[in-house]
Write a protein that binds this ligand. Structure first.
Ligand code: SAM
Length: 315
């Protein structure tokens, strides 16, 4: 796909109705030969809209006005390109815990959680956040994760988590202001509520940091899984990760994870997981499929705002 098509697709499929600012910017980039030529000087994986816009935001550059954005990128391209080469999109969205919780709460307790592609590990605290499923509230405190559940009852208990570990090729540290600033810059401009949620979830994680291991989701997974305590149900899970992994490595991962003990919980783009027999999503906003041990259970929205169940709570 050309870079122009990538930006057009991003505008149509991801930003429209979700971020007017990023929809405007991505349409401007898609039509601008100068910006496209600069982006094409980067490796393909580094040309993505979220990476460009995140780096501009991190620098305090303008993202609300396309003319000012273009001028900023043209004037500062060497610094922006250098940042795009060394950074990756690592959005860490605690809200995704709201769609994992019904499954986690239904598994045999206690749990040992191992998140693959954990970023800063904010999804490793499903037992420490509060939830609002329609008019059903679970827990007190912050952050409160709002989620519309269809086809399944909200869980009536938290999971009991006795071990939490994350594996990531570039783990981030929420107690490091520079890492937190990058996570903040990756949140889209209009999403003030997600920025508040990041701060609240970072406070939870920072008070009791998880074990975060730098490593690859295939090469280093067995060793980390072997560190899970006996007597707990190991749950290896991942959310919005496999789209970043080349297809051959994705296959290696899905073959490997089935050989490990415990359960495998995936919340991923349907193009990266088998989806035979899955009904169509309720609408175009349901970008992820939730699957337990390879069996699809529900369609979910990208940041955990909603889940529509078509399978049992657990397989
Ligand atoms: C978009 S973030 C998602 C973070 C988190 N799972 C969430 O839902 O908020 C994807 C993460 O996967 C990590 N990742 C990508 N490829 C990986 C690999 N081969 N091995 C380990 N981690 C990887 C990235 O570094 C990044 O932190």
């Amino acid at each position: 796909m050309s870079t122009a098509d990538t930006y057009r697709r991003f505008a149509d499929r991801e930003a429209r109705g979700v971020s007017p600012a990023y929809e405007r910017l991505s349409r401007v980039v898609a039509r601008d030969p100068d910006l496209l030529a600069m982006l094409d000087s980067l490796p393909p994986a580094k040309r993505q809209p979220n990476l460009l816009f995140g780096v501009v935001r991190l620098r305090g550059g303008p993202v609300d006005d396309p003319v000012a954005f273009r001028a900023h990128v043209l004037a500062h391209w060497p610094e922006i390109a250098a940042q795009m080469r060394v950074r990756a999109t690592q959005t860490n969205e605690a809200g995704r815990c709201a769609v994992l919780l019904p499954v986690l709460a239904a598994l045999p307790q206690p749990l040992a959680l191992l998140e693959v592609g954990a970023s800063a590990g904010l999804c490793l605290y499903p037992d420490r956040y509060a939830y609002r499923y329609g008019d059903r509230r679970i827990g007190d405190g912050e952050p409160v994760l709002d989620c519309t559940l269809t086809g399944v009852a909200p869980p009536d208990r938290w999971p009991e988590v006795v071990w939490r570990a994350g594996l990531d090729m570039n783990p981030l540290d929420v107690t490091d202001p520079a890492d937190l600033a990058w996570l903040d810059a990756l949140i889209w401009p209009e999403h003030a509520h997600r920025r508040q949620r990041l701060r609240a979830a970072a406070a939870v994680a920072g008070a009791d940091p998880p074990l975060l291991v730098r490593g690859d989701l295939v090469d280093d997974l067995p060793a980390l899984a072997a560190r899970a305590p006996a007597g707990a149900t190991l749950v290896i899970f991942h959310s919005s990760v496999l789209y970043q992994v080349p297809p051959a490595r994705r296959t290696a991962f899905t073959e490997l994870v089935r050989t490990l003990p415990g359960h495998w919980l995936a919340n991923e783009d349907p193009t990266v997981l088998p989806r035979a027999g899955v009904p169509d999503p309720p609408d175009g906003g349901f970008h992820n499929l939730l699957a337990l041990d390879g069996r699809p259970l529900a369609w979910t929205r990208g940041h955990g705002q909603a889940a529509t169940w078509f399978g049992p709570v657990r397989s």
